[in-house]
Each structure stands twice: as C-alpha cells, then as structure tokens.
Ligand binder design. Structure first.
Ligand SMILES: C[S@@+](CC[C@H](N)C(=O)[O-])C[C@H]1O[C@@H](n2cnc3c(N)ncnc32)[C@H](O)[C@@H]1O
Length: 221
C-alpha cells in the first residue's frame, strides 16, 4: 500500500465518520494561511482523541504542543461542562494563530494556552497544583518526549490516560542503529514506558494521511 492510498482511505473514513465542524476547518485554514507546518493530527486521529476524552469523561486535559490548536479544539470540544484544557506552545506565531482559533471556536473560557518552552511550564503546573489531569496528550518536540512523560506522571492520578504521538517514526523506532535524535528519544521513551510500574501501556502503528507513524497510550495505575 502506498502513502497516496493511505491518504485516500483516510479521506473516505473521515467523509463518513468525521463531521465538518467549522471551528476545526477554520483552524486548518488559518494555520495554513499563516504558514504553520501541516503537522497537526489527521481528522480521524482528532476524532479518536475526542472519543478517548469523552470515554474517560475528561474534565481536565493537558496538551503539550499546540501548533494552530487543531487537536486542542478536538479535545476541548470533548470536555464535560466546566472542564478545562491547558495547552503548552513555545512558538509565538503558533500560539498567536492558536489563540485566534480557540477564540473563533468559542473556547476561550475553556482553554488556557501558555506560551513558552514546555519544560519551563510543566514545573509551574506542578507548583500551581494544576493536576491531576484526566488526559494528557504529548505532541511537541520529540527529543523531549521522555521528560514530558516524567512530568506527566507528576501531573497524573490513577486512571489518567497519557497519549504520545509520533512514536513509530516511519518504522525507525525498531532500528537500534538509528542516529536520529527524535528516534533515539522515542526508543528511550518506549523503554521507560515498558519498565514503568506506575503505568500499563501499549503503542500502535498508524498509517494514513500523515504517513506512517503511531501513538503510545499509557494508563496510570
Ligand atoms: C506536532 S505540533 C503539535 C500539533 C498539534 N498537537 C495538533 O495535532 O494540532 C508540535 C508543536 O510543538 C511545539 N513545540 C516544539 N517544541 C516545544 C517546546 N519545547 N515547548 C512547547 N512547545 C513546543 C511546536 O512549535 C509545534 O507547534
């Protein structure tokens, strides 16, 4: 199967399963117009995150890596009444576009976007006692994923779901000789996950409009 075919299947599935929501289309449009890289989750993945958040009846969500707020809006729309989502973004342009998209989606009062490196923001969240979160989505700079996971555990409770994007890296995760720092970070992260007694975890390979990659999912015990 080719990447083109994966894309066509994603389009087919989204056309039947993912409704056109103007706030989400607007986030994609404005992100593209502002020149943001098209590295947001796909529509079917966004709906997956939404369903996961609804399944755990999430009221508090933490997202690490906002971009133009596409996944943010999916997750924020899933929250029960009174819910809150904190999202961390280090690039001022991405944060500006994201904030406008969050406002246009009517989610200003639900989403707290914090501008700055996530490794600075996470200790602040711990000191503010912002946790525990019900669901945490890690999708920022890949080399820091192991640290983001450690901070996420500090902001979790028994039952928290932690999802990590881009763990498969076009299959390079299984290449022990890879010299790519993002791959090496994901290899460290998956090893941590397997050895971490506080979670039960798995990881899935995914193909689709975004190529070949995958999610890891950890349940805090
Ligand atoms: C893959 S994109 C996020 C996509 C978004 N979750 C979505 O699916 O719509 C990664 C984002 O993380 C941001 N980022 C990179 N390094 C970061 C850091 N150290 N702290 C916070 N955000 C960071 C990037 O600027 C980028 O906007």
């Amino acid at each position: 199967m080719t990447e083109e075919k994966w894309g066509r299947v994603d389009e087919y599935l989204s056309s039947l399963l993912v409704p056109d929501v103007e706030a989400l289309q607007n986030a994609l449009r404005t992100s593209s117009q502002a020149g943001l890289p098209p590295i947001q989750v796909s529509a079917v993945q966004g709906k997956f995150l939404y369903l996961l958040a609804r399944s755990v009846k999430a009221r508090r969500v933490l997202e690490i890596g906002t971009l133009g707020a596409y996944s943010t809006i999916w997750l924020a729309r899933a929250l029960d009444a009174g819910g809150q989502l904190i999202t961390l973004e280090s690039e001022p342009l991405h944060a500006k576009v994201a904030q406008a998209n969050i406002r246009a989606a009517g989610l200003d009062s639900v989403v707290d976007l914090r501008l700055g490196p996530a490794l600075d923001a996470l200790p602040v969240l711990v000191s503010e006692k912002a946790g525990p979160f019900d669901l945490i989505f890690i999708d920022a700079d890949k080399v820091n994923t192991p640290s983001y996971f450690e901070w996420s555990l500090k902001l979790s409770r028994s039952g928290t779901v932690i999802i990590v994007d881009n763990v498969v890296r076009k299959g390079a995760i299984a290449d022990p000789s890879s010299e790519d720092p993002a791959v090496q970070a994901m290899q460290r992260f998956v090893s941590m996950l397997g050895a971490e007694p506080r979670v039960s975890a798995t990881a899935l390979q995914i193909v689709g409009a975004k190529g070949y990659d995958g999610f890891a999912l950890a349940l805090v015990l």
